[in-house]
Design a protein around this ligand. Structure first.
Ligand code: UD1
Ligand code: UDP
Length: 364
């Protein structure tokens, strides 16, 4: 029987699951009784540059199963994943279903598993933005409501879980799998040659945007992009790896911005190479705020709230929301190299995967 299913579906999942796969493989090499694990890709993300490149670069073994569900509405995508995973579990059960993060694949697989009596372990549990207009917040609430084991990135996340009725013995403060992957591969981070040539000798700001609240409404998106491009002085370039969700809103307006280098979504090593050599990043990503914090790179987040307050309290991140004046002021500080000091959050030390595997092994 399978001991544990590892679920991954979207780009940030692959970075987190890589740390757990490597920790399981290291454990199994020495163990008398290896942990039998199955890697399941839901197919939520499917383009090579949103999926396959990450398996190749991060040394993640090929998925044992790919549900290939593709894109769809929230309900459509979740339902396809739920049905596919339920069918698999009925044919070939596992003892634990381990999910990471807050994407549709996370919540969908948790629901199918728990209904069939399979224990759910949630990595990155307990974080809350308290903004229920975000699909991710709903996915977090759903997943945490039915999980049996919680692996957390901060003490606050543990407290959030206690406040919502989870028991102390279910909660394990282990640190951050995303940062395990960062430390494991840091020596390979590198800007690809063609981009390096295009950037030339100028410093640059890195930009990523993919939140529905920022990119699904052309007028909101354009206002933000106009402000960023007008504020970043001509001494700087802007490098913008464009998420597939954002592609559509750029159609017909891209040529208006002459200080932007547009690129496809970057493979992890290239993106992290770009991040670590940038003057700063403007983003609406969640994971990137954690990486910027650990690398000490100034980070402006185009959101009103964050489920990762440690990136603001001790890290390099500041929240802008839609406050255009604050955005201008913050970009100016970034370009001048004036930013707050930072610390790396507790237990973000590269050993989180090992801690998770020890706890899973004891639970099995
Ligand atoms: C999803 C997650 C979000 C996460 C993001 C990471 C949910 C609800 N959202 O958002 O939390 O921050 O991934 O990147 O789970 N598309 C492609 N190729 C792909 C993948 C997507 O073209 O490989 C396009 C499709 O047209 C799709 C759109 O991007 O309609 C959005 O994809 P989807 O997975 O629904 O949500 P994301 O915005 O990527
Ligand atoms: N990332 C990447 N290439 C890119 C943009 C992001 O490899 O072009 C990585 C980034 O380093 C981080 C993760 O993708 O590890 C974050 O994923 P994303 O922003 O898509 O999702 P979120 O964290 O907001 O859910």
């Amino acid at each position: 029987m399978i001991d544990i299913d590892l679920i991954a579906g979207a780009r940030p999942n692959f970075i987190k699951i890589s740390a757990i796969c490597h920790a399981l493989e290291a454990y199994n090499e020495k163990a008398d009784k290896p942990i039998v694990f199955r890697l399941i890709h839901t197919g939520q993300h499917f383009d090579k540059n949103m999926s396959g490149d990450f398996f190749d670069q991060l040394g993640i073994r090929q998925p044992d199963i790919n549900f290939a569900v593709g894109s769809g509405t929230q309900a459509n995508q979740k339902a396809s994943i739920m049905v596919a995973y339920e069918k698999l579990l009925m044919e070939s059960p596992s003892k634990i279903c381990l999910v990471v993060g807050d994407v549709n694949s996370t919540a969908a697989c948790s629901i199918s598993a728990i209904k069939l009596g399979v224990k759910v372990a949630h990595v990155e549990a307990g974080i809350r933005s308290y903004d229920r207009s975000m699909p991710e917040e709903i996915n977090r609430l759903l997943t945490d409501a039915i999980s049996d084991m919680f692996f957390t990135t901060s003490r606050l996340a543990g407290q959030n879980l206690l406040d919502s009725g989870s028991r102390e013995e279910q909660i394990h403060f282990v640190g951050n799998t995303m940062i395990d992957t960062l430390f494991r591969f840091q020596s390979q981070f590198q800007i690809p040659e063609d981009l390096e040539r295009e950037i030339g000798s100028k410093p640059y700001i890195l930009l990523t945007m993919h939140r529905p609240s920022n990119v699904d409404h052309p007028e909101v998106f354009k206002k933000l992009l106009d402000t960023i491009c007008e504020t970043v002085s001509n001494d700087y370039k802007i490098v913008f790896p464009v998420h597939p969700r954002t592609r559509k809103v750029l159609e017909g307006i891209q040529d208006q911005y002459n200080n932007v280098i547009w690129t496809a979504p970057q493979p992890y090593f290239s993106f992290m190479g770009l991040l670590q050599s940038s003057r700063g990043i403007v983003t609406d990503s969640g994971g990137v705020t954690e990486e910027a914090t650990v690398l000490g790179i100034p980070c402006i987040t185009l959101r009103n709230s964050t489920e990762r307050p440690e990136t603001v309290d001790t890290g390099t991140n500041i929240l802008i929301g839609k406050d255009i004046e604050l955005l201008i002021k913050s970009i100016n500080s970034m370009c001048r190299g004036e930013w707050k000091s930072f610390n790396i959050p507790e237990l973000w030390d590269g050993k989180t995967g090992d801690r998770i595997v020890q706890i899973i092994q004891a639970a099995l």
